[in-house]
Design a protein around this ligand. Structure first.
Ligand SMILES: CC(C)(COP(=O)(O)OP(=O)(O)OC[C@H]1O[C@@H](n2cnc3c(N)ncnc32)[C@H](O)[C@@H]1OP(=O)(O)O)[C@@H](O)C(=O)NCCC(=O)NCCS
Length: 174
């Protein structure tokens, strides 16, 4: 596994971002970006991401959030982590503070585990005291990553929206 730096996008990352987008051509786009769509410029995307981080122009019931991308040394994006700064009733049940993904070509190399470890440090830095991470019970890599990073299982519940069992884990950051 190459070394990974998990960080926010900057204006310098336009090429890396659009190169990374190609990895998701046959996948659900939200696993890479919530905010970019055809017609949105990179500069506009950065503005949206900055606003979301600062709680500006959020859709109703949304909380401030940071999108971090995992970069290799040669500025290739392997995946991303979305960090919700606070929990809502919805996120408390399903979603939690952190959502993450690694592009198919880069999976099973330990990147998601490393990105999760760096996300936890970010969450601590922004003052989250108890971190909630949820995943589908049948998503084996996902719950392995959470458990490897110290997640303590609170329970497994049935999610009416996606009609599946989910596991809910906490990590104490105090
Ligand atoms: C889940 C996901 C992020 C894992 O990314 P990854 O970079 O392949 O994960 P890692 O390489 O760090 O592997 C994590 C663990 O899962 C295991 N693993 C990875 N893929 C696996 C698979 N298909 N089946 C079983 N175990 C698997 C790894 O062996 C590793 O376990 P170990 O550390 O005990 O050896 C990636 O598959 C993904 O983006 N999936 C789609 C989005 C998603 O489900 N996100 C999670 C939402 S909660």
């Amino acid at each position: 596994m190459e070394k990974i730096i998990l960080r926010e996008l900057t204006i310098e990352d336009e090429q890396a971002f659009f190169q990374g987008l190609k990895e998701w051509a046959n996948e659900e786009l939200s696993w890479y970006t919530f905010d970019w769509k055809p017609g949105v410029s990179f500069a506009e995307l950065l503005t949206i991401l900055e606003n979301t981080k600062n709680g500006i122009n959020l859709p109703i019931n949304y909380v401030p959030g940071t999108m971090l991308y995992g970069f290799t040394d040669n500025q290739t994006i392997v995946g991303r982590v979305s960090i919700r700064h606070k929990l809502t009733d919805f996120l408390l049940k399903r979603g939690g503070h952190i959502g993450y993904s690694v592009a198919p070509r880069f999976r099973q190399k330990g990147y998601a585990s490393e990105m999760m470890a760096q996300s936890i440090l970010y969450c601590k830095k922004i003052g989250i005291e108890k971190l909630l991470i949820t995943c589908a019970s049948d998503n084996i890599p996902s719950w392995r990553i959470i458990e490897k990073n110290g997640g303590i299982l609170e329970n497994e519940i049935y999610d009416e929206v996606d009609k599946e069992m989910i596991k809910r884990y906490w990590i104490d950051l105090q």
